[in-house]
Structures are given as structure tokens and as C-alpha cells.
Design a protein around this ligand. Structure first.
Ligand code: GLV
Ligand code: GLV
Length: 326
């Protein structure tokens, strides 16, 4: 068998690339920006495996351009909404992803945003740097108490549950909503299942942890934001398109809610002129919730494990479309 060829769309941990090089010829896209679609179309036409990032649009056009020898698409992320899974499945191409290894790191980051937004840390830092250190005052930069507050979690999978776990130490009331009720996790974490309307109404802090699917598109819309408490804070580390950002701007401008912290946006990067960039009560980070050095190393190794399995015609250990094997 000739040596298989693998294209990696970004520089990843060298240890992971070395591992792949033992079995395959590897080309790495070295630029800081993702490869343009023309490059994806060109590479996928002769590659045996492709290791992708969430910034790569692996849509039906790209998948149709794949060579008949393409044996695996391996995404270095837990989410894979950038990949047309149905199109891959039709061509019987298994798609890998990296669940589990980034759970705790992402939950830590959601918590960093919760605390930063509730206690206005970024805004305070900005003021100090700008030379605005107001005399100590009873109302200066007052925020929301996290300890004892009500935390709403939408999407109660691995990451949502890891966020709830941390909330226990803050003595929070934990509400959750997910498509399916999860009685065991509920008991273990002391969380209460409520419907969507109730979670918007009752949460002091509402954090999103669901997968992006068409059903989740703009789940956070104007109507639901209007149900929230004026003191409430919205946290999004899931996917940008879960939130209707126009509705969010409306809610923040009209004090319908108190603040937001967003690690994801639709589109990414957020356009320069977006009104959210002008708002003091908004924290914006560039999709870095899983970005710890150790977790990114583990994600790269896991993505390589998936590539190797695909090249060797073994079932992918972490497969997003296991139906290709039935
Ligand atoms: C990050 O957003 C991921 O899906 O891994
Ligand atoms: C997963 O978190 C779900 O929404 O069921």
C-alpha cells in the first residue's frame, strides 16, 4: 500500500504530527489564518485523511470534492457543526471529534466568564488602565453575588455538568434544561430540570452548553431574553449562532438584562463595527474556552488517533457519525 497522505489545516502539537508522520506523509497548513476554501477543495481531492479545525467549512461542496480514497475527516474540537455530517455519511466517510478531553478546561473557562462578568472584572481593569481609579465608594463597580445565586444551564452534557459541579461549591441553585432529562446527573449535582421558559425567567446567570444544531439556532432570542431578570447575565461558550446577537444588543441596550460574556460569535471573528464591542457590560473572548496548553495537546493527539484509525480501516475511537459503520 502506498504511504497515505494527510492534510492538517493548522499547526498542531508537534508530538501529534510526529506520531502521524510514522504512518503517513503529512502536510501542515502553517499560516495563522485557516486555509481558504479553494485550498480545502484542492487538498481534499487527493488526500487520504484530513485533520480539521472548527474554522474550516467542510460543507457538502468540499465533501463532494473528496477523493474516493478519503478515509477520515478528523476534527480537533468537540463540536463539528462546521462539517456537513450527512454529506460525509452519504459518502461513508467517518468523521472524528475530540469529546471529553476538553470538558474540564472549557468548564473552567465558563466559570472564568461567570465570575468576570458578575464582578465586572474586565470593565474594572479597563478603567484602572485608563487612569480612572475612582475614590473608593459604596456604589463603585458593584456587581452580582455569585455565591448563592441561581445558575441556569442550557445543555446538560459533559460540559454543562462540569459547570454545575463547580457551582456546588458556590452554593448555587442549579437549574438545567436539555432536550432529554438526565435524572442521574440531576441527583448527583443537585440540579433541577425546568422548561426553557422557566430557565430564562429564574436564572441569575444563564450559561449555554448545548451542541449547535438547526434546532438550537437563535434559541436565545428577543422573546426569551425579555423573560430574564434585569440583573441577569448571559454566558455563551457554546456556539455563536445559538444567540440572536441583534436581540442581545437590544436586551443590553435597554437594560433587559445586566450583562453578557461571550466566547463565541456568529460570524467569527466578530465584525469590527459590531455594537457589542462598544458595550461596557459585555466581555468578549475569541473562542478560547478549550485553550489550555495541556488540553490542546491532548486534543491534537486524540485527533491523530482518529486519523490513524481511519487510515487503517478501523472504527474511529471518537466518531461523530457512527452510522457509517452500520
Ligand atoms: C470548541 O468550540 C470545540 O467545539 O471544541
Ligand atoms: C445535551 O447537552 C443536551 O442538550 O441534551
Amino acid at each position: 500500500m502506498p504511504t497515505p497522505f494527510v492534510f492538517i489545516t493548522r499547526q498542531i502539537a508537534s508530538e501529534a504530527i510526529e506520531r502521524l508522520r510514522e504512518k503517513a506523509e503529512v502536510e501542515v497548513w502553517l499560516q495563522e489564518s485557516p486555509p481558504p476554501k479553494t485550498v480545502l477543495l484542492e487538498k481534499i481531492a487527493y488526500t487520504d485523511g484530513i485533520l480539521t479545525m472548527l474554522t474550516d467549512p467542510i460543507d457538502s461542496e468540499v465533501i463532494q470534492a473528496a477523493s474516493s480514497s478519503l478515509k477520515v475527516i478528523s476534527q480537533m474540537a468537540v463540536g463539528f457543526d462546521n462539517i456537513d455530517i450527512a454529506a460525509a455519511t452519504r459518502r461513508r466517510i467517518p468523521v472524528g471529534h475530540t469529546p471529553g478531553v476538553l470538558t474540564e478546561t472549557t468548564a473552567d473557562f465558563a466559570w472564568a466568564l461567570i465570575l468576570a462578568a458578575a464582578r465586572r472584572i474586565v470593565e474594572a481593569d479597563r478603567q484602572v488602565r485608563q487612569g480612572i481609579w475612582k475614590p473608593w465608594g459604596p456604589d463603585v463597580l458593584t456587581g452580582l453575588d455569585v455565591y448563592g445565586a441561581t445558575l441556569g444551564i442550557i445543555g446538560f452534557g459533559r460540559i454543562g455538568q462540569a459547570v454545575a459541579q463547580r457551582a456546588k461549591c458556590f452554593n448555587m441553585h442549579i437549574l438545567y434544561y436539555s432536550r432529554q432529562r438526565k435524572p442521574e446527573a440531576e441527583r448527583a449535582l443537585g440540579a433541577t430540570y425546568v422548561d426553557l421558559e422557566e430557565i430564562f425567567r429564574r436564572s441569575d446567570i444563564l450559561s449555554l452548553h448545548l451542541n449547535y444544531t438547526p434546532a438550537a439556532h437563535h434559541l436565545v432570542n428577543r422573546e426569551r431574553l425579555a423573560l430574564m431578570k434585569p440583573t441577569a447575565i448571559l454566558i455563551n461558550t457554546a456556539r455563536g449562532a445559538v444567540v440572536d446577537s441583534e436581540a442581545l444588543v437590544w436586551a443590553l441596550q435597554n437594560s433587559v438584562i445586566a450583562g453578557a460574556a461571550l466566547d463565541v460569535f456568529d460570524p467569527e471573528p466578530i465584525p469590527h463595527e459590531h455594537p457589542l464591542l462598544q458595550m461596557e457590560n459585555v466581555i468578549l473572548t475569541p473562542h478560547i474556552a478549550s485553550a489550555s496548553r495541556e488540553t490542546r495537546r491532548r486534543m491534537a493527539l486524540m485527533a491523530v488517533e482518529n486519523v490513524l484509525a481511519g487510515l487503517e480501516d478501523r472504527p474511529l475511537p471518537y466518531c461523530a457519525n457512527p452510522e457509517v459503520y452500520s
